[in-house]
Design a protein around this ligand. Sequence first.
Ligand SMILES: N[C@@H](CCC(=O)N[C@@H](CS)C(=O)NCC(=O)O)C(=O)O
Length: 359
Amino acid sequence: MNGAVTLRLLGEDRRITGGPFDSWDGLGIGVCLDPGARLRPSATIDLPVEDYTAPTQEALVGALAALLAAWRQGDAVVHVGCRAGFGRTGTFIAALARMAGHADPVGWTRRCYNGEAVETAAQAASVAALDPGAVWAAYRTAIGEEAGMYALYYYPDNASTFIHMLLRELGVPFELRLVDRKSDAHNSAEYLRLNPLGQIPVLVDGDLVLTETAAIALHLVDRHPECGLAPPVGSAERAHFYKWMMYLTNTLQPEHLKRAYPHRHVTNPDAVEDVRATAFRRLDGMFDFIEAELGAGPYLLGDTVSAADFFLLMLVMWGSRMARRPASLPAIGAHATRMLVRPAVAATLAAEGLSPPFV
Ligand SMILES: N[C@@H](CCC(=O)N[C@@H](CS)C(=O)NCC(=O)O)C(=O)O
């Protein structure tokens, strides 16, 4: 054995040992990355990877989903191993750290498991490219869960963008329904039946028709707790998660809306510019506050990503229209850069036709 790490996955702390596969005592689940391993107990998940190479994304996603599904059956211990137990083992452990939401899974694995973990650039790249949404989708298939189809009423670069990113990150099936604001579709009788306020987004989840961006996000993280996009209910971290969700929805987002719709806040048309300028100034102050609170972050809650980080990213992207772009602040810029490379975020921006620079 080389070492052991603990990662919070599927709502529980999981202990994972790593090292040569043939050194495993055979108890629990084994993840075998060594094509030449002699030991083959029945509870083995095979992911054969040659020395100094990286698994394909498809194979990595399949093995991660199989392990998550096996964990769900009980509290089994897990041993991950290849021949020496550094490079390929470290790569798999780093992939698990990514699934647990760590900001720098390779760095984390080198710090917590083994300094030599993840030996090649290709192995590091395979961890960076991992799409958690693809793993969650494969996991649901593996456990036979019938995920219902969501429908998201959206318009590119509207508040729906945050929910769109979340749906992809959760790996759930969804359908996008465009509400064409150019033709005033958000004020059509049909849309007003869904949201009497005529605002975007609306999420349809079976019989449930839900409005209000933050409420939709909270509903989604509750519906899919396995994905860990919100800390455990009742924990101090969960309380901070609520704090950020509330701040973003009741303070930052409304100020953006004041900037976008200043005429709604005046009776005297001459005051429109003053309202707009004041909103810009207040937004600068709010982003200064977030910059200070984020600090080293790297995420709003510290080392692991949550739904609130996707919300912040969207509000930072909206700020690319500001004289001082919020992403020009160092901590917010680093946060946005980290979030933008997540496969779910990149896919959302591509689908909505949104292109950088946001940072
Ligand atoms: N409180 C709502 C606000 C949503 C909102 O204002 N959406 C904008 C697009 S980003 C919209 O639909 N604007 C159209 C309008 O207000 O007429 C939420 O968070 O969902």
